[in-house]
Design a protein around this ligand. Structure first.
Ligand code: FAD
Ligand code: NAD
Length: 470
């Protein structure tokens, strides 16, 4: 049985755990799927590479009101798809080949599961025999997978998840999306912008239900202008349309009304679960919580000595920037066991790349209220700033929540163009403990840039006693 200094399961953020400082370690990397993991192959990167052309394709609608008449002539789905995967597949295979060529590294492209303490069985797979390896240290970086609820009739209709929808041979004429979270919001934008008729069915009263309520409400209203959105609705049954093809989804609203939506294809976007259950962890001492996540401490250590975990398999965030941060912490802690560092999950931002974009960090107003905090809120519309006038914006806003006593930000919630970038100075302020008024008045804000809406939302908070408005 071959023994290694380190074994990493999963080549997503797990891949970045191993660097040149480990050149004198023997390392096994185990990857059963496509090298590079979710973000590169079926997640963040290809979705955003679809969102950008979707933003272009949807621009005629906004341009008309500004006196510019544009026509969308065509959306060449095969060209869009092939540009994206022509780029991504090359990065994945290049990364794989580089890793496999490292003298201290053995890449096992096989499915791994534990059969004992620090002992991993690798299943046989096309030309690769079954084997078992051991290692002094393990990193569990094996991610999460899409959940497909057992909707009655699902097996009778063409359905996809985010894993498969991006490689469709052609654009459907219509699509039904079940779910109201990130993936539903992003693909509703992509497909509707490409001219596909989209119906979204969500069981919550708004889409993006974890956002600040004002943002979730506004997002739902705005998406409704472009696509059919059915909220507070439970899926009852799916089956083919009367014509025998496609999808007819039957659902029931909270008010008890039954309805049907139809499309060529069904996209199931109902969340992701950690892959901890697929590792047979019972023999290892690694603990798993009630939500199926590997339990880690602040240093990313599991309950089993020498076994670390990172990313979606152990993190409630399911975000790539969190997985990457945790990978850096794990790398440091593997290399410096006597001087370990902790992960910093204080101010984790996120963004939804839909139309409009949504971005946030910290507490929602509802959470601040629930926690009994003495808080103040500042809200400013994009349309109240010069750049907002330029865009003719009437729909979008920035909202900040701050501690009334200290003036420190508790949260920030943005809905509108470039929200994913505009949120960054607010993440910075929270991370470095700069009070809201100092962020607004302690630096220049370029006029008349879009970022002035952030400045103005900060200035809409009550001014701290004794501060000068200069
Ligand atoms: C459609 C979509 C869009 C997204 N967009 C964003 C975004 O814009 N921004 C953002 O921050 N996050 C986004 N995410 C989330 C982000 O992709 C994940 O949080 C991140 O990729 C998780 O990284 P990871 O290293 O934990 O897991 P992964 O990258 O999933 O890596 C795990 C790897 O382990 C392998 N594996 C699993 N089990 C085994 C086993 N037993 N044996 C061998 N190999 C195994 C898998 O094949 C996989 O390659 C998106 C996710 C999806 C699905
Ligand atoms: N921009 C980004 O950062 C980004 C983009 C896409 C995905 N992601 C990550 O991927 C993860 C998965 O995305 P997602 O959109 O699938 O998950 P999500 O958790 O954002 O949303 C899941 C949705 O499915 C609904 N749902 C769950 N079970 C259901 C059921 N049985 N019937 C009907 N509806 C049901 C939920 O109410 C929710 O609206 C996210 O948690 C996110 O972390 C991130």
């Amino acid at each position: 049985m071959r023994h290694f200094d380190l074994c990493v399961i999963g080549s997503g953020s797990g891949n970045s755990v191993v660097d040149e400082e480990m050149d004198d370690w023997s390392v096994a990397m185990v990857e059963a799927g496509t090298f590079g993991g979710t973000c590169l192959n079926v997640g963040c990167i290809p979705t955003k590479m679809y969102v950008y052309p979707a933003d272009l394709a949807s621009s005629p609608a906004g341009a008309k009101a500004l006196g510019v008449d544009l026509d969308l002539v065509d959306v060449r789905w095969p060209d869009i798809r092939d540009r994206i995967f022509g780029r991504i597949d090359t990065i994945s295979s290049g990364g794989r080949d580089w890793r496999a060529s490292r003298p201290n590294m053995t890449l096992y492209e096989q499915w791994g599961r534990f059969v004992g303490d620090h002992e991993l069985a690798l299943a046989a797979r096309a030309g690769r025999p079954a084997t078992t390896i051991t290692a002094d240290r393990f990193v569990l970086a094996n991610g999460s997978r899409a959940v497909v609820p057992p909707f009655p009739g699902l097996e009778t209709v063409p359905h996809v998840t985010s894993d498969t929808v991006m490689r469709l041979p052609s654009l459907p004429r219509s699509i039904v999306i079940v779910g109201g979270g990130y993936i539903a919001a992003e693909f509703a934008h992509v497909f509707s912008s490409f001219g596909v008729r989209v119906s979204v069915v969500a069981r919550t009263p708004t889409l993006l239900p974890r956002e600040d309520a004002q943002v979730a409400q506004r997002f739902t209203e705005l998406l409704r202008r472009k696509v059919e959105v059915r909220t507070s609705s439970d899926v009852q049954h799916v089956g083919p349309r009367a014509s025998g093809d496609g999808v007819r989804l039957s659902a029931c609203s909270d008010a008890g009304t039954e309805f049907h939506v139809e499309g060529d294809l069904l996209l199931v976007a109902t969340g992701r679960v950690p892959n901890a259950d697929t590792l047979d962890l019972a023999t290892t001492g690694v603990e798993v919580d009630d939500d199926g996540r590997v339990v880690v401490d602040a240093q990313q250590r599991t309950a089993a000595a020498g076994v670390f975990a990172l990313g979606d398999v152990s993190s409630k965030y399911q975000l790539k920037h969190v997985a990457n941060h945790e990978a850096r912490v794990v790398r440091h802690n593997l290399l410096h066991p006597d001087a370990m560092v902790s992960s910093d999950h204080r101010y984790v931002p996120h963004a939804v790349f839909s139309d409009p974009q949504v971005a946030a960090v910290g507490l929602t107003e509802e959470q601040a209220k629930e926690q009994g905090l003495d808080y103040a809120v500042g809200v400013r519309d994009y349309g109240s700033t010069a750049y907002g006038w330029a865009m003719g914006d009437e729909d979008h806003f920035v909202k900040v929540v701050a501690d009334r006593r200290t003036g420190l930000l508790l949260g920030a919630h943005l809905i509108g163009p470039q929200a994913s970038s505009l949120v960054q100075p607010l993440v910075q302020a929270m991370s470095f403990g700069v009070p809201a008024h100092d962020v607004a008045r302690g630096q220049y804000w370029i006029h008349p840039a879009m970022a002035e809406v952030v400045e103005n939302a900060l200035l809409a908070l009550p001014r701290p006693e004794g501060s000068l408005d200069v």
